[in-house]
Write a protein that binds this ligand. Structure first.
Ligand code: R5P
Length: 314
């Protein structure tokens, strides 16, 4: 067994790292992480971490490339400081949408990032709802992928929404919608979405399922521009939905998302705190933030003590 846990964070999301540390009832470790005037990142651990079980909590959020470099350099510094084991805790894994060569002459950046993390010296990765399952296979080190969807389903149950219809905003999320609907014992509907080109434009084409007079919940892994869920919301309203809520795990939310979704057709937006809102805020639409910190903290504790992470979801 490794010596005590030591938990550190860079500059992505200090509030989340502090909540995790509070949940674990240990202090967040001291570490300097800053950029010089030439933008190069510098890291220095201020605590002794020799032989410690080090966890670095760093979602890869805007500015994505800087936060990714912070993570890599923190891993490198921990390795050179003789940490016993290094777990990269990456609540949001950026570049996940570049997960296959689906056009000529394009990269598979999700794989490249996995290589960076391994080469930097991470021994394990802990992450949450990656964009696609196959990204797990890009790593040759152990990776635990948690899911926040049970948390979202629990929220719906606790608020006692009257048999909501769970809506997949594209065919890729149909299985997810079915899983959540079976937890809540309710119906699903599926939007057929079309994307053209690489310009982030999404269009809801048709709807499979009847939503007239129903309370709907559109569910997705992440919201970036809001285009996917906004076009689903419009279609649901056209088809007579009584109310429409939107939920996602990762509120990536570029500035466009606040324009697209701060609209009366949306009754509520639910998301977790895997990453902070850095490009704006919702002014009129009600929001609900579900904290992911207890789930991350429990998984870290199990990794540290050799317990089962899978048991968290049984
Ligand atoms: C797509 O496959 C994803 O599940 C999301 O629907 C997508 O990443 C959301 O992007 P946007 O908010 O820009 O439509």
């Amino acid at each position: 067994m490794f010596q005590e846990m030591a938990v550190f964070t860079g500059n992505s999301h200090r509030a989340l790292a502090e909540s995790v540390a509070r949940h674990l009832e240990i202090p967040l470790g001291d570490c300097e992480v800053f950029q010089f005037s030439n933008e190069e990142v510098f890291v220095r651990y201020l605590d002794n971490i020799r032989e410690r079980d080090v966890f670095i909590i760093q979602p890869v959020v805007s500015p994505v490339n800087t936060r990714l470099m912070e993570l890599l350099i923190m891993i490198d510094a921990a390795k050179r400081a003789s940490a016993g084991r290094i777990t990269a805790v990456i609540p949001y894994y950026a570049y996940g949408r570049s997960d296959k060569k689906d056009q000529p002459r394009v990269p598979v950046t999700a794989r490249l990032v996995a290589n960076f993390i391994e080469v930097a010296g991470a021994n394990r990765v802990l992450t949450i709802d990656m964009h696609a399952g196959q990204i797990q296979g890009f790593f040759n080190i152990p990776l635990d992928e948690l899911t926040a969807f049970p948390l979202i389903a629990e929220y719906l149950r606790s608020e006692s929404f009257d048999a909501p219809t769970i809506v997949a905003p594209d065919v890729g999320r149909a299985k997810l919608a079915r899983d959540i609907a079976s937890r809540l014992n309710c119906d699903i509907a599926i939007v057929d979405k079309k994307r053209t080109g690489n310009n982030e434009h999404a269009e809801a084409m048709t709807l499979i399922g009847d939503v007239a007079g129903r309370d709907c919940l559109v569910i997705d892994d992440e919201i970036l521009t809001g285009g996917t869920v906004a076009s689903a919301v419009r279609l649901l309203r056209e088809r007579g939905a009584r109310s429409v809520r939107v939920a996602c795990v990762h509120p990536v939310m570029s500035a466009k998302a606040f324009e697209a979704l701060d609209i009366p057709e949306v009754d509520e937006i639910v998301f977790t705190d895997t990453l902070p809102l850095v490009h704006g805020e919702f002014k009129t639409v009600p929001t609900r933030v579900l904290s992911i910190a207890p789930l991350i903290g429990d998984a870290m504790h199990r990794i540290h003590t050799g317990g089962s992470v899978g048991a968290l979801f049984r």
